[in-house]
Design a protein around this ligand. Structure first.
Ligand SMILES: C[S@@+](CC[C@H](N)C(=O)[O-])C[C@H]1O[C@@H](n2cnc3c(N)ncnc32)[C@H](O)[C@@H]1O
Length: 179
């Protein structure tokens, strides 16, 4: 997660902090006040997150809750992020198919927030566990972003089913015509 993040944001890591979903505004984003020296990072998690300099946290908060969505909109300068990045995961039951289905549902819920929170041209990165429903998420990403690929960070164990979907060049936004 940290290696992915370093491509877009500069955050101190290895401090035991946790986050599941980040909404990131890059330093050059038109959403930001031109005078602002740095980007903006908003982290959301069901669990309490220890404060981290340079980041704003919304926690405990459930990203699937409409009230959280409202708060995200209020907290993001300009109301939109350049990057939505998630390693959100439900508590694993150990039943592989069920855990997979629940994670795909979470990722789809997060993607549902994109029309109102992600800038056109923006990036969406999410963790999944490979399985039978991955194609549903992949299909949505392919429809809504210009480029989509599957990536696995070096830190992810080879034998783990964990894979990330990286989608760039968001084509949609509120008011755009659905394909
Ligand atoms: C794999 S952990 C991520 C841990 C963190 N990124 C780290 O490296 O320590 C998954 C996280 O997703 C969070 N999560 C699961 N479902 C969520 C939801 N609906 N809304 C917000 N956070 C959620 C959990 O609370 C948990 O902290």
């Amino acid at each position: 997660m940290t290696s992915f993040m370093s491509q877009w944001v500069s955050l101190k890591s290895g401090q035991g902090f946790t986050f599941c979903t980040l909404f990131v505004i890059s330093p050059s984003s038109p959403s930001l006040d031109p005078g602002a020296p740095v980007g903006f990072v908003l982290g959301v998690d069901l669990l309490h997150i220890f404060p981290l300099e340079g980041a704003t946290f919304l926690c405990p908060a459930d990203v699937t809750d409409p009230r959280t969505f409202q708060r995200i909109r209020e907290l993001l300068p300009g109301g939109r992020a350049d990057v939505i990045l998630s390693d959100m995961a439900p508590n694993a039951t150990g039943i592989r198919g069920l855990d997979h289905d629940r994670l795909i549902s979470l990722c789809l819920s997060l993607l549902d927030l994109a029309p109102d929170t992600l800038c056109p041209g923006g990036t969406f990165l999410c963790k999944t566990w490979a399985g039978s429903q991955s194609h549903r998420l992949q299909k949505r990403l392919t429809e809504e972003f210009q480029n989509t690929k599957t990536v696995k960070p070096e830190a992810s164990r080879k034998e783990s089913s964990e894979v990330y979907f990286l989608a760039t060049q968001y084509r949609r936004g509120k008011g755009s015509v659905k394909a």
